[in-house]
Design a protein around this ligand. Structure first.
Ligand SMILES: [Zn+2]
Length: 83
């Protein structure tokens, strides 16, 4: 209790250098008097949403190598003279 954190476990805003994407929303009319709005004010209301990117599986190919055995490589056996 009494920590600097806001209620609800909210984290503070990260500095803009650590933000990956900024989305500017522009309301078109004043909420109170419905006057048309344009431009950007100096002090937008900011909030940050933390999202975990989709988990993408790594594709790993396993190869069981099949080295040629030394017996297969050797010169053919001497001709069979044992008739
Ligand atoms: Zn207004």
């Amino acid at each position: 209790m009494g920590s600097g954190r806001k209620r609800g476990g909210q984290l503070g805003l990260l500095p803009i250098e650590r933000v990956d994407e900024v989305v500017d929303d522009h309301p078109h009319t004043c909420r109170r008097c419905h006057t048309l709005l344009q431009g950007e004010g100096p002090d937008p209301l900011r909030h940050q949403v933390r999202e975990i990117p989709p988990i993408a599986p790594l594709v790993i190919e396993h190869r069981l190598q099949q080295p040629t055995s030394m017996k297969q490589v050797q010169a053919p056996a001497t001709p069979n003279t044992n008739f």
